[in-house]
Design a protein around this ligand. Structure first.
Ligand SMILES: [Zn+2]
Ligand SMILES: [Zn+2]
Length: 121
């Protein structure tokens, strides 16, 4: 899915929101609104919602119930520092993860793990 944002035509505002995520970062809606001064928070939310529905952006709830967003380029897991809020992207083989799930007559669609702790430095 890498680089898909370049090939798809978005409205200029939607493209501006997409471009924020090009560096692989994780942002909350207010942070995005701050980076895009000509867009208010409502507009940011509306564009995020469209991009999530279209599968380009993924919503994460990493801590305190606050929604963060990142590019949906690849399914992966996260570790979050409780001190500084730094988010680490963990690429764990999903087929291995699924093997760890007990058989409860349940069809697993995807696995989202959020590991909480502290940076070592
Ligand atoms: Zn930290
Ligand atoms: Zn991530």
């Amino acid at each position: 899915m890498t680089g898909i944002s370049k090939k798809t035509r978005f409205s200029p505002k939607r493209q501006a929101v997409m471009d924020i995520f090009d560096n692989g970062g994780v942002y909350t809606a207010p942070e995005i609104a701050e980076l895009l001064p000509d867009m208010d928070l409502t507009t940011v939310y509306r564009n995020l919602k469209h991009l999530i529905t279209a599968g380009y952006i993924k919503e994460l709830t990493l801590s305190n119930g606050v929604a963060s967003y990142e590019s949906a380029y690849e399914n992966h897991q996260h570790a979050v520092c409780k001190n500084c809020g730094k988010v680490y992207h963990l690429h764990i083989d999903e087929t291995q993860l699924k093997k760890l799930i007990p058989d409860i007559d349940f069809e697993v669609e995807n696995v989202e793990i959020i590991i909480k702790g502290h940076c070592k430095n």
